[in-house]
Design a protein around this ligand. Structure first.
Ligand SMILES: Nc1ncnc2c1ncn2[C@@H]1O[C@H](COP(=O)(O)OP(=O)(O)OP(=O)(O)O)[C@@H](O)[C@H]1O
Ligand SMILES: [Mg+2]
Length: 241
């Protein structure tokens, strides 16, 4: 398979995977409403709002899929998704985090964006960037400890002049011999497999592809076996405020 073919295959598989989970959530909510399991009105309202957010998420993903299939039909285009729009980083992070509020609250996990005020901007594809952060939060919530905190810190690194967004969570660490592999297509860590049986090892591969190929950036991981602290660092070479 060519690199381009592999890119399209992995994106398609990722879309399917990410669309099925929220649709299952909506089906579960509808089942509960039909059989009267959710008795109180305010809980019904909450579940309906959550179901609506899940459907919105699916619509967003299917739009992306349509966009990608269109672009890959365009034979001259070797870089699907590379549109240049202004992406407001804190806004995209907050939108992505909203999808995981309920899942995080169930595990008493807090998602905290350190600097909401500075409107860091990059040129790129906002839908795909949102997807990067959604994959980040999906992992952070799934693999971190009950009652822990997920921190998101954007800042400008003086030495390189680049914008860095750091996402930190605490839980089972990524082992030293696994760190090279986490961005590979299909790779899942031993602790992750033991903790969450389902998963295809696509999330970080997709993040890396979108950051590198669509935004000219880099993504790296640091993980401490002593403290269980894992950080993903996303670097954007050009930015503005
Ligand atoms: N925040 C995190 N804390 C600890 N380990 C992590 C974290 N994020 C990713 N990992 C490790 O990196 C591996 C690869 O992550 P990736 O998102 O690509 O796949 P996955 O989450 O296992 O599956 P999928 O994303 O397809 O559901 C995980 O299996 C896990 O071992
Ligand atoms: Mg994942």
């Amino acid at each position: 398979m060519t690199e381009h073919g592999a890119l399209n295959f992995s994106l398609l598989a990722n879309f399917v995977h990410q669309v099925i989970n929220p649709l299952n959530g909506v089906t579960g909510t509808l089942d509960n409403l039909i059989d009267g399991t959710i008795a109180e009105e305010h809980r019904r309202q909450q579940r309906l709002k959550a179901a609506r957010a899940q459907l919105e998420h699916c619509i967003m993903l299917v739009r992306n899929l349509a966009y990608f299939s269109q672009i890959s039909l365009d034979s001259g285009n070797t870089n699907p998704g590379k549109i240049q729009k202004t992406c407001i980083i804190p806004q995209i992070i907050i939108e992505a985090a909203m999808y995981f509020q309920e899942m995080a609250a169930n595990r008493q996990i807090e998602i905290d964006l350190m600097d909401r005020a500075t409107q860091y901007r990059v040129q790129g594809n906002p839908d795909l960037l949102r997807q990067v952060f959604m994959n980040m939060f999906d992992n952070a919530v799934k693999y971190s400890a009950h009652g822990s905190k997920i921190l998101i810190e954007p800042w400008i690194q003086r030495s390189t002049g680049t914008l860095i967004v750091k996402i930190t969570s605490v839980g089972a660490p990524i082992l030293p011999n696994e760190r090279e592999d986490v961005f590979q297509l299909g790779f899942r860590g031993a602790a992750a497999k033991a903790r969450v049986a389902s998963g295809t090892g696509l999330g970080l591969y997709i993040c890396k592809t979108i950051i590198q190929e669509v935004h000219g950036g880099e993504i790296a991981v640091e993980s401490s076996s002593q403290t269980g602290i894992t950080s993903f660092l996303i670097r954007f070479p050009t930015w503005e405020v």
